[in-house]
Design a protein around this ligand. Structure first.
Ligand SMILES: Nc1ncnc2c1ncn2[C@@H]1O[C@H](COP(=O)(O)OP(=O)(O)OP(=O)(O)O)[C@@H](O)[C@H]1O
Length: 120
């Protein structure tokens, strides 16, 4: 049980370090916060909340993995290596891919509500 709490503490420290030191984490954290505030203001449904929260979790989790992969690569070598370039580009691509799909989902949820709000 002690090992479980220690592992939990270390993982929570990882989340803290990610948001404290990584620029992209701060940007994505702000976007996530804005989406949550918009969801509250626009009274999104339970299903819409599920989609919003899944998108937030997915993008931030992928950014964390991207950061970990970047740091691992930098630890291996700081020299230019084509394989390192491929690894970093694919990891960054995963974040971009999830971000684009999340942006589309955000537009599908929020735009009709904002439109309804300004036309009534
Ligand atoms: N050792 C390397 N060998 C080859 N290409 C690299 C190497 N390091 C970085 N690159 C290239 O530069 C790009 C940017 O890498 P970098 O590690 O600077 O991440 P970043 O995009 O600045 O991420 P962040 O803004 O999160 O720090 C990579 O996607 C890759 O194309």
């Amino acid at each position: 049980m002690k090992i479980f709490w220690k592992a939990l503490h270390l993982a929570a420290t990882g989340i803290y370090l990610f948001f404290k030191y990584e620029r992209n984490a701060k940007i994505q954290g702000c976007i996530a916060l804005a989406a949550i505030l918009l969801g509250i203001v626009l009274h999104v449904s339970k299903t819409e909340w599920i989609f919003i929260l899944i998108c937030i979790a997915l993008v931030i989790a992928l950014e964390m993995l991207n950061t970990a992969i970047e740091k691992t690569c930098n630890q291996i070598t700081v020299q230019f290596q084509p394989n390192i370039k491929t690894i970093k580009d694919i990891a960054a691509g995963a974040v971009l891919w999830a971000s684009c799909i999340s942006a589309i989902i955000g537009c599908l949820i929020f735009i009709p509500k904002i439109y309804a709000l300004i036309t009534t």
